[in-house]
Write a protein of this length. Structure first.
Length: 385
Protein backbone atom coordinates (compact mmCIF):
# COMPACT_ATOMS: atom_id res chain seq x y z
CA UNK A 1 0.00 0.00 0.00
CA UNK A 2 1.39 3.38 -1.00
CA UNK A 3 1.95 6.30 1.33
CA UNK A 4 -0.77 8.24 -0.51
CA UNK A 5 -3.32 5.49 0.15
CA UNK A 6 -2.31 5.40 3.81
CA UNK A 7 -2.96 9.14 4.10
CA UNK A 8 -6.38 8.98 2.40
CA UNK A 9 -7.70 5.88 4.10
CA UNK A 10 -8.30 7.27 7.64
CA UNK A 11 -10.08 10.32 6.24
CA UNK A 12 -12.28 8.17 4.02
CA UNK A 13 -13.09 5.87 6.93
CA UNK A 14 -14.10 8.82 9.09
CA UNK A 15 -16.20 10.28 6.30
CA UNK A 16 -17.95 6.95 5.79
CA UNK A 17 -18.56 6.64 9.53
CA UNK A 18 -20.07 10.13 9.68
CA UNK A 19 -22.29 9.39 6.70
CA UNK A 20 -23.49 6.17 8.31
CA UNK A 21 -24.21 8.00 11.55
CA UNK A 22 -26.10 10.73 9.70
CA UNK A 23 -28.17 8.12 7.87
CA UNK A 24 -28.97 6.41 11.18
CA UNK A 25 -30.14 9.72 12.60
CA UNK A 26 -32.34 10.43 9.58
CA UNK A 27 -34.01 7.03 9.94
CA UNK A 28 -34.43 7.48 13.69
CA UNK A 29 -35.86 10.96 13.25
CA UNK A 30 -38.24 9.92 10.48
CA UNK A 31 -39.65 6.94 12.37
CA UNK A 32 -40.12 8.84 15.63
CA UNK A 33 -41.47 11.88 13.79
CA UNK A 34 -44.24 9.80 12.24
CA UNK A 35 -44.91 7.61 15.27
CA UNK A 36 -45.25 10.62 17.57
CA UNK A 37 -48.39 11.74 15.75
CA UNK A 38 -49.70 8.52 14.14
CA UNK A 39 -49.92 6.57 17.42
CA UNK A 40 -52.10 9.11 19.30
CA UNK A 41 -54.34 9.57 16.26
CA UNK A 42 -54.74 5.80 15.96
CA UNK A 43 -55.51 5.42 19.67
CA UNK A 44 -58.09 8.20 19.54
CA UNK A 45 -59.85 6.63 16.56
CA UNK A 46 -59.84 3.21 18.22
CA UNK A 47 -61.14 4.44 21.59
CA UNK A 48 -63.82 6.55 19.89
CA UNK A 49 -65.04 3.62 17.81
CA UNK A 50 -65.23 1.42 20.91
CA UNK A 51 -67.11 4.10 22.86
CA UNK A 52 -69.59 4.74 20.04
CA UNK A 53 -70.36 1.03 19.67
CA UNK A 54 -70.38 0.06 23.35
CA UNK A 55 -72.40 2.97 24.81
CA UNK A 56 -75.54 3.22 22.67
CA UNK A 57 -78.62 3.07 24.92
CA UNK A 58 -81.85 3.27 22.95
CA UNK A 59 -83.52 5.50 25.54
CA UNK A 60 -80.85 8.22 25.18
CA UNK A 61 -80.10 7.86 21.47
CA UNK A 62 -83.26 9.60 20.32
CA UNK A 63 -82.72 12.40 22.84
CA UNK A 64 -79.16 13.06 21.62
CA UNK A 65 -80.24 12.92 17.99
CA UNK A 66 -82.97 15.43 18.77
CA UNK A 67 -80.50 17.68 20.57
CA UNK A 68 -78.21 17.86 17.54
CA UNK A 69 -81.07 19.06 15.33
CA UNK A 70 -80.39 22.55 16.71
CA UNK A 71 -77.49 22.77 14.23
CA UNK A 72 -79.50 21.43 11.28
CA UNK A 73 -82.04 22.99 8.94
CA UNK A 74 -83.63 19.65 8.07
CA UNK A 75 -84.34 17.69 11.22
CA UNK A 76 -85.00 14.29 9.64
CA UNK A 77 -83.67 12.53 6.58
CA UNK A 78 -86.05 12.20 3.65
CA UNK A 79 -87.24 8.87 2.32
CA UNK A 80 -85.77 9.59 -1.11
CA UNK A 81 -81.99 9.20 -1.37
CA UNK A 82 -81.41 12.30 -3.49
CA UNK A 83 -83.56 14.40 -1.19
CA UNK A 84 -81.57 13.08 1.78
CA UNK A 85 -78.30 14.04 0.07
CA UNK A 86 -79.57 17.53 -0.72
CA UNK A 87 -80.77 18.05 2.84
CA UNK A 88 -77.44 16.76 4.15
CA UNK A 89 -75.59 19.29 1.97
CA UNK A 90 -77.66 22.15 3.40
CA UNK A 91 -77.17 20.91 6.97
CA UNK A 92 -73.42 20.55 6.43
CA UNK A 93 -73.13 24.07 5.00
CA UNK A 94 -74.89 25.48 8.06
CA UNK A 95 -72.56 23.61 10.42
CA UNK A 96 -69.44 24.65 8.48
CA UNK A 97 -70.60 28.29 8.45
CA UNK A 98 -71.08 28.09 12.21
CA UNK A 99 -67.56 26.69 12.65
CA UNK A 100 -66.15 29.38 10.36
CA UNK A 101 -67.95 32.10 12.30
CA UNK A 102 -66.57 30.83 15.60
CA UNK A 103 -63.08 30.73 14.10
CA UNK A 104 -63.36 34.34 12.89
CA UNK A 105 -64.48 35.38 16.37
CA UNK A 106 -61.40 33.65 17.72
CA UNK A 107 -59.22 35.56 15.22
CA UNK A 108 -60.79 38.89 16.20
CA UNK A 109 -60.30 38.24 19.91
CA UNK A 110 -56.69 37.24 19.31
CA UNK A 111 -55.96 40.18 17.00
CA UNK A 112 -57.25 42.77 19.46
CA UNK A 113 -55.53 41.14 22.44
CA UNK A 114 -58.68 39.93 24.16
CA UNK A 115 -56.60 37.07 25.48
CA UNK A 116 -58.47 36.67 28.76
CA UNK A 117 -61.80 36.38 26.97
CA UNK A 118 -60.33 33.94 24.46
CA UNK A 119 -58.78 31.70 27.07
CA UNK A 120 -61.93 31.96 29.17
CA UNK A 121 -63.89 30.46 26.29
CA UNK A 122 -61.29 27.73 25.88
CA UNK A 123 -61.36 26.96 29.61
CA UNK A 124 -65.15 26.77 29.59
CA UNK A 125 -65.24 24.54 26.49
CA UNK A 126 -62.67 22.17 27.96
CA UNK A 127 -64.45 21.98 31.29
CA UNK A 128 -67.84 21.32 29.68
CA UNK A 129 -66.40 18.66 27.37
CA UNK A 130 -65.13 16.56 30.28
CA UNK A 131 -67.09 17.77 33.29
CA UNK A 132 -70.54 17.69 31.67
CA UNK A 133 -70.32 15.60 28.49
CA UNK A 134 -68.15 12.98 30.19
CA UNK A 135 -70.59 12.73 33.07
CA UNK A 136 -73.60 12.36 30.73
CA UNK A 137 -71.91 9.57 28.76
CA UNK A 138 -70.92 7.84 32.00
CA UNK A 139 -74.51 8.05 33.20
CA UNK A 140 -75.72 6.63 29.87
CA UNK A 141 -73.33 3.70 30.25
CA UNK A 142 -74.59 3.12 33.80
CA UNK A 143 -78.19 3.04 32.61
CA UNK A 144 -77.40 0.74 29.68
CA UNK A 145 -75.42 -1.82 31.66
CA UNK A 146 -77.42 -1.33 34.88
CA UNK A 147 -74.60 -0.87 37.35
CA UNK A 148 -75.06 1.14 40.52
CA UNK A 149 -74.22 4.81 40.17
CA UNK A 150 -74.63 7.62 42.68
CA UNK A 151 -75.74 10.61 40.62
CA UNK A 152 -74.25 13.30 42.86
CA UNK A 153 -71.00 11.47 43.56
CA UNK A 154 -70.38 10.85 39.86
CA UNK A 155 -71.22 14.48 39.08
CA UNK A 156 -68.73 15.60 41.73
CA UNK A 157 -66.02 13.32 40.29
CA UNK A 158 -66.50 14.60 36.75
CA UNK A 159 -66.63 18.20 37.99
CA UNK A 160 -63.20 17.68 39.50
CA UNK A 161 -62.00 15.96 36.32
CA UNK A 162 -63.11 19.01 34.35
CA UNK A 163 -61.16 21.34 36.62
CA UNK A 164 -58.07 19.14 36.52
CA UNK A 165 -58.29 18.91 32.73
CA UNK A 166 -58.26 22.71 32.39
CA UNK A 167 -55.26 22.99 34.71
CA UNK A 168 -53.43 20.16 32.96
CA UNK A 169 -54.01 21.37 29.40
CA UNK A 170 -53.45 25.09 29.86
CA UNK A 171 -51.18 25.11 32.89
CA UNK A 172 -47.53 24.21 33.23
CA UNK A 173 -47.74 21.90 36.22
CA UNK A 174 -49.02 18.65 34.76
CA UNK A 175 -46.73 16.14 33.01
CA UNK A 176 -47.02 16.15 29.19
CA UNK A 177 -48.47 12.63 29.25
CA UNK A 178 -51.39 13.77 31.40
CA UNK A 179 -52.11 16.68 29.08
CA UNK A 180 -52.06 14.39 26.04
CA UNK A 181 -54.35 11.90 27.77
CA UNK A 182 -56.91 14.62 28.49
CA UNK A 183 -56.77 15.86 24.89
CA UNK A 184 -57.42 12.35 23.58
CA UNK A 185 -60.22 11.95 26.12
CA UNK A 186 -61.87 15.20 24.95
CA UNK A 187 -61.61 14.11 21.32
CA UNK A 188 -63.35 10.83 22.09
CA UNK A 189 -66.17 12.54 23.99
CA UNK A 190 -66.87 15.14 21.31
CA UNK A 191 -66.67 12.48 18.61
CA UNK A 192 -69.25 10.44 20.52
CA UNK A 193 -71.72 13.33 20.46
CA UNK A 194 -71.19 14.03 16.75
CA UNK A 195 -71.76 10.36 15.94
CA UNK A 196 -75.49 10.94 16.53
CA UNK A 197 -75.76 13.12 13.43
CA UNK A 198 -77.75 11.43 10.63
CA UNK A 199 -75.61 9.28 8.35
CA UNK A 200 -75.88 11.38 5.20
CA UNK A 201 -75.27 14.59 7.15
CA UNK A 202 -72.17 13.10 8.75
CA UNK A 203 -70.54 11.96 5.52
CA UNK A 204 -71.32 15.18 3.65
CA UNK A 205 -70.08 17.15 6.66
CA UNK A 206 -66.74 15.34 6.59
CA UNK A 207 -66.27 16.28 2.92
CA UNK A 208 -67.36 19.86 3.64
CA UNK A 209 -64.87 20.13 6.51
CA UNK A 210 -62.06 18.97 4.24
CA UNK A 211 -62.94 21.70 1.72
CA UNK A 212 -63.31 24.28 4.48
CA UNK A 213 -59.92 23.27 5.85
CA UNK A 214 -58.31 23.99 2.48
CA UNK A 215 -59.94 27.43 2.26
CA UNK A 216 -59.20 28.31 5.89
CA UNK A 217 -55.52 27.43 5.59
CA UNK A 218 -54.39 28.15 2.06
CA UNK A 219 -56.39 31.25 1.09
CA UNK A 220 -55.02 34.67 2.16
CA UNK A 221 -58.26 35.62 3.92
CA UNK A 222 -58.81 32.23 5.54
CA UNK A 223 -59.40 32.51 9.30
CA UNK A 224 -56.71 30.02 10.23
CA UNK A 225 -54.26 31.63 7.81
CA UNK A 226 -54.91 34.99 9.48
CA UNK A 227 -54.44 33.43 12.89
CA UNK A 228 -51.09 31.98 11.84
CA UNK A 229 -49.90 35.29 10.39
CA UNK A 230 -50.82 37.20 13.55
CA UNK A 231 -49.06 34.61 15.68
CA UNK A 232 -45.92 34.77 13.54
CA UNK A 233 -45.84 38.57 13.63
CA UNK A 234 -46.10 38.53 17.41
CA UNK A 235 -43.79 35.55 17.78
CA UNK A 236 -46.40 34.10 20.11
CA UNK A 237 -48.07 30.73 20.57
CA UNK A 238 -51.49 30.32 19.01
CA UNK A 239 -54.19 29.76 21.63
CA UNK A 240 -56.13 26.56 21.12
CA UNK A 241 -56.36 22.88 21.90
CA UNK A 242 -53.24 21.40 20.34
CA UNK A 243 -51.81 17.94 20.62
CA UNK A 244 -48.09 18.61 20.54
CA UNK A 245 -45.35 16.02 20.53
CA UNK A 246 -41.73 16.88 21.18
CA UNK A 247 -38.87 14.79 19.84
CA UNK A 248 -35.93 14.83 22.23
CA UNK A 249 -32.76 14.16 20.26
CA UNK A 250 -30.89 13.22 23.39
CA UNK A 251 -32.82 9.93 23.29
CA UNK A 252 -31.66 9.04 19.81
CA UNK A 253 -28.46 8.83 17.78
CA UNK A 254 -26.66 12.07 17.05
CA UNK A 255 -24.36 12.85 14.15
CA UNK A 256 -20.65 12.63 14.96
CA UNK A 257 -19.58 15.59 12.88
CA UNK A 258 -19.52 18.63 15.15
CA UNK A 259 -17.96 21.14 12.80
CA UNK A 260 -18.52 24.86 13.33
CA UNK A 261 -21.54 26.70 11.96
CA UNK A 262 -19.88 28.02 8.82
CA UNK A 263 -21.48 26.71 5.67
CA UNK A 264 -24.62 25.67 7.51
CA UNK A 265 -27.90 26.44 5.72
CA UNK A 266 -31.31 26.21 7.42
CA UNK A 267 -33.52 23.68 5.71
CA UNK A 268 -36.72 25.47 6.60
CA UNK A 269 -39.08 25.99 9.47
CA UNK A 270 -42.62 24.70 9.69
CA UNK A 271 -45.42 26.43 11.54
CA UNK A 272 -47.14 25.10 14.63
CA UNK A 273 -50.78 26.01 14.19
CA UNK A 274 -54.03 26.15 16.11
CA UNK A 275 -55.42 22.79 15.28
CA UNK A 276 -55.84 22.00 11.65
CA UNK A 277 -52.30 21.58 10.48
CA UNK A 278 -49.37 19.35 10.91
CA UNK A 279 -46.22 21.26 11.90
CA UNK A 280 -42.63 20.45 11.19
CA UNK A 281 -39.51 21.94 12.75
CA UNK A 282 -36.12 23.03 11.71
CA UNK A 283 -33.11 20.88 10.84
CA UNK A 284 -29.90 22.57 9.83
CA UNK A 285 -27.89 21.03 7.00
CA UNK A 286 -24.55 21.39 5.27
CA UNK A 287 -24.20 22.28 1.61
CA UNK A 288 -23.47 18.63 0.83
CA UNK A 289 -26.80 17.58 2.38
CA UNK A 290 -25.40 15.91 5.53
CA UNK A 291 -26.99 16.74 8.83
CA UNK A 292 -24.50 18.88 10.67
CA UNK A 293 -26.20 19.89 13.87
CA UNK A 294 -29.69 19.98 15.25
CA UNK A 295 -31.77 21.62 17.90
CA UNK A 296 -32.30 19.76 21.11
CA UNK A 297 -36.03 19.37 20.58
CA UNK A 298 -38.39 19.38 17.62
CA UNK A 299 -42.17 19.37 17.80
CA UNK A 300 -45.13 18.21 15.78
CA UNK A 301 -48.57 19.65 16.45
CA UNK A 302 -52.04 18.58 15.38
CA UNK A 303 -55.28 20.20 16.41
CA UNK A 304 -58.08 18.53 18.28
CA UNK A 305 -60.44 19.25 15.42
CA UNK A 306 -58.47 16.85 13.25
CA UNK A 307 -58.54 14.17 15.95
CA UNK A 308 -62.31 14.57 16.28
CA UNK A 309 -63.15 14.35 12.57
CA UNK A 310 -60.74 11.46 12.00
CA UNK A 311 -62.43 9.61 14.85
CA UNK A 312 -65.91 10.54 13.66
CA UNK A 313 -65.28 8.95 10.27
CA UNK A 314 -63.88 5.77 11.80
CA UNK A 315 -66.73 5.57 14.33
CA UNK A 316 -69.39 5.93 11.65
CA UNK A 317 -67.65 3.27 9.58
CA UNK A 318 -67.53 0.94 12.59
CA UNK A 319 -71.30 1.27 13.04
CA UNK A 320 -71.74 -0.15 9.53
CA UNK A 321 -69.52 -3.22 9.92
CA UNK A 322 -65.98 -4.28 10.76
CA UNK A 323 -64.81 -4.29 7.13
CA UNK A 324 -65.33 -0.54 6.49
CA UNK A 325 -63.90 0.16 9.95
CA UNK A 326 -60.58 -1.52 9.18
CA UNK A 327 -60.26 -0.02 5.70
CA UNK A 328 -61.17 3.51 6.81
CA UNK A 329 -58.87 3.29 9.85
CA UNK A 330 -55.89 2.41 7.66
CA UNK A 331 -56.68 4.94 4.93
CA UNK A 332 -56.97 7.83 7.39
CA UNK A 333 -53.52 7.09 8.77
CA UNK A 334 -52.28 6.82 5.18
CA UNK A 335 -53.75 10.23 4.40
CA UNK A 336 -52.06 11.69 7.47
CA UNK A 337 -48.70 10.26 6.41
CA UNK A 338 -49.27 11.65 2.92
CA UNK A 339 -49.94 15.08 4.41
CA UNK A 340 -46.71 14.92 6.41
CA UNK A 341 -44.82 13.86 3.28
CA UNK A 342 -46.12 16.91 1.41
CA UNK A 343 -45.25 19.05 4.43
CA UNK A 344 -41.62 17.94 4.31
CA UNK A 345 -41.45 18.89 0.63
CA UNK A 346 -43.40 22.16 0.64
CA UNK A 347 -42.18 23.33 4.08
CA UNK A 348 -45.38 25.23 4.80
CA UNK A 349 -48.44 24.74 6.97
CA UNK A 350 -50.90 22.38 5.34
CA UNK A 351 -54.47 21.37 6.22
CA UNK A 352 -54.51 17.94 7.82
CA UNK A 353 -58.04 16.93 6.86
CA UNK A 354 -58.32 16.87 3.02
CA UNK A 355 -56.27 13.78 2.16
CA UNK A 356 -57.68 11.66 4.98
CA UNK A 357 -61.28 12.82 4.59
CA UNK A 358 -61.53 12.44 0.81
CA UNK A 359 -59.71 9.10 0.78
CA UNK A 360 -61.76 7.94 3.76
CA UNK A 361 -65.13 8.76 2.18
CA UNK A 362 -64.17 7.05 -1.09
CA UNK A 363 -62.83 4.02 0.78
CA UNK A 364 -65.97 3.74 2.91
CA UNK A 365 -68.22 3.89 -0.16
CA UNK A 366 -66.21 1.20 -1.95
CA UNK A 367 -65.98 -1.13 1.04
CA UNK A 368 -69.60 -0.69 2.13
CA UNK A 369 -71.25 -0.99 -1.27
CA UNK A 370 -68.78 -3.39 -2.90
CA UNK A 371 -66.61 -5.34 -0.46
CA UNK A 372 -69.18 -5.76 2.31
CA UNK A 373 -71.92 -6.70 -0.15
CA UNK A 374 -69.61 -9.21 -1.79
CA UNK A 375 -68.54 -10.83 1.49
CA UNK A 376 -72.18 -11.06 2.59
CA UNK A 377 -73.05 -12.89 -0.60
CA UNK A 378 -70.09 -15.20 -0.12
CA UNK A 379 -71.24 -15.95 3.42
CA UNK A 380 -74.80 -16.69 2.28
CA UNK A 381 -73.50 -19.10 -0.34
CA UNK A 382 -71.13 -20.85 2.04
CA UNK A 383 -67.93 -19.50 0.50
CA UNK A 384 -66.90 -17.70 3.68
CA UNK A 385 -67.50 -19.12 7.12
Amino acid sequence: MSQEDANISPSSAKEEKNLLNDSTYVIWYGVNHLASIVIPVGLTMLFSAILVNVVRPASFTSALEQGLTVYMVYKQEADNTWDSIWQAVINSLVIVLFIGLMTFIMVILYKYNCIKVLYGLLYFSTFMAIGYTGWVIFYMAAMQYQFSCDLFSSAFIFFNLGVVSVISIFGTYAPPLVKKAFLIFISCLVCYLLSFFPDWTTWILLIAMALYDICAVLTPCGPLKLLINISQNRDDAIPGLLYETTLDHSDGPLPIDETPDEGVIPAGEGVITDGDYVADSEIEMEEGGKINRIFEKESVSLGLGDFIFYSLMVSKASLASSVPFVFVFVIILTGLLLTMAFLSVLEMALPALPFSMILGVVTYALTYFVVTAMTNQFALNGVLF
